[in-house]
Design a protein around this ligand. Structure first.
Ligand code: T4K
Length: 395
């Protein structure tokens, strides 16, 4: 069977937590990389070696940027070495300082990108239905020191862009989107990349679209794009002249080559994710107290995260489900538990931040992210759900 799958789970004695062999001999991961044509990649690599142009805005990076910008129907794509540095550069290029409002329910890089630059991340709560920033909570966190908002399109489902832009305009704040999850997604027909001052992508190996490591900023603002192009290359303009404070945020040529190859197969990856998501939906329906977060299928979606919520009616806890899955080599994740505000250094610096975040706590305590991607098939999805079903039936 696929994925080292070795047994069917029909009764409690079939579960690894009750002493049986694990359902999968190889671990299933949420972030198992999707990899396009090796042959095409090796051809690119050969050409890169022949040219001896390995980095510093080489021809493959430039072509990759054009393709990503076109894919998102946006004017500029500024490719970077990873999503975190792309966030840092975007934040600096926009002149954010003092306090910036972000969700706590996100990957910790969103907060670190601010803290690393001496900016205070102020955590706002989420809407428990969407898991995205609650605009009313954002409003409540605004102070005279607030300079910006970094909203996240969590799980690739777009944030409340219109309300957030209205708040930013009203209070003269900068607004950017951490779109690390939302490559290739749209909101009301407009592609991600076109909201706020700019939007930041991640192409980390675990993202459904990867460049090994990598990231980018998408924007329609010519000046901002130019500033970020300078900033990712130490601020150099020409050989000897530095005209901006910069860092090293450049994407290398082989990363861009991986991106080109993966762009060629992106439709297959999205289709695999969509198929797995529907299989999970179908198999999980009817199980007590568990729900799958849904995608609006009238929009462009990448379906890269399959997010199950464990409610109060469920006969077992979220962590019991995680434990049972891990015993079967299904490495489901509790993303983004316990929320950034409970992680170092934020829990030490802002010990009372949680008081404003009741929905963050509630959601972080009930989420299970399940494996998907091209290394999963429907049979494997069925086995994963059968583990949960037997566990629930046993209680
Ligand atoms: N903003 C948001 C909202 C983000 O989600 C992220 C990144 C960022 C910003 C920052 O972007 P980057 O600077 O990373 O470009 C992972 C990823 O490392 C991280 O990129 C991602 N978000 C986050 C959601 O997930 P971990 O620490 O939970 O997982 P990791 O990297 O240990 O990988 C999980 C499992 O996947 C591994 O145990 C095994 C498997 N795996 C992983 C890699 C790297 C593979 O099979 N092959 C691999 O090459 O953070």
């Amino acid at each position: 069977m696929a994925g080292g799958q070795s047994k069917r789970i029909q009764a409690r004695q079939d579960l690894a937590i009750n002493g049986a062999d694990p359902a999968f001999s190889e671990s299933l991961h949420v972030g198992r990389p999707n990899i396009g044509s090796r042959k095409k990649f090796l051809k690119y690599a050969g050409e890169i070696f022949d040219r001896r142009r390995l980095t510093n805005n080489g021809p493959v990076v430039q072509e990759f940027e054009r393709r990503v910008a076109d894919y998102h129907n946006v004017k500029h794509c500024v490719a970077m070495c990873n999503g975190t540095v792309a966030l840092e550069i975007a934040i600096r290029a926009l002149g954010f300082k003092n306090e910036v409002i972000i969700p706590s329910f996100t990957f910790v890089a969103t907060a670190h990108a601010l803290h690393w630059q001496g900016i205070t991340p102020v955590f706002a709560d989420i809407d428990p239905a969407t898991h995205n920033l609650d605009p009313e909570s954002v409003r409540r966190q605004i102070t005279p020191r607030t300079t910006g908002i970094v909203a996240v399109h969590l799980w690739a489902r777009s944030a409340a862009t219109e309300e957030l832009q209205a708040i930013a305009d009203e209070h003269d704040l900068g607004l950017i989107f951490d779109a690390a999850h939302a490559f290739g997604c749209s909101r009301k027909g407009t592609m991600v990349g076109n909201f706020g001052a700019c939007e930041v992508l991640s192409f980390h190996a675990t993202k459904f679209f990867n460049t090994f490591e990598g990231g980018a900023v998408l924007t329609n603002d010519d000046e901002l794009a130019e500033a970020m192009q300078l900033m990712r290359n130490f601020g150099f303009s020409g050989m000897d002249s530095v005209i901006h404070a910069g860092t090293n945020g450049k994407m290398i040529e082989v990363s861009a080559a991986m991106g080109m190859v993966n762009l060629d197969s992106i439709d297959n990856v999205i289709e695999a994710n969509r198929r797995n998501y529907h299989a999970y939906r179908e198999e999980l329906s009817g199980l007590p107290g568990v729900d799958l977060l849904s995608f609006d299928e009238s929009e462009r979606q990448n379906y890269q995260y399959v997010v199950m919520e464990v409610g109060e009616q469920c006969p077992v806890t979220r962590d019991e489900i995680i434990r049972a899955l891990h015993a079967e080599n299904v490495i489901a994740r509790r993303y983004f538990w316990p929320g950034c505000h409970n992680m170092v250094p934020y829990c030490e610096l802002y010990p009372r931040a949680g008081q404003a975040l009741p929905n963050t706590k509630q959601v972080a305590d009930r989420v299970v992210v399940l494996p998907t991607g091209t290394t999963m098939d429907v049979g494997m999805v069925r086995t994963v759900v059968s583990i949960i079903a037997v566990l629930l039936a046993d209680h």
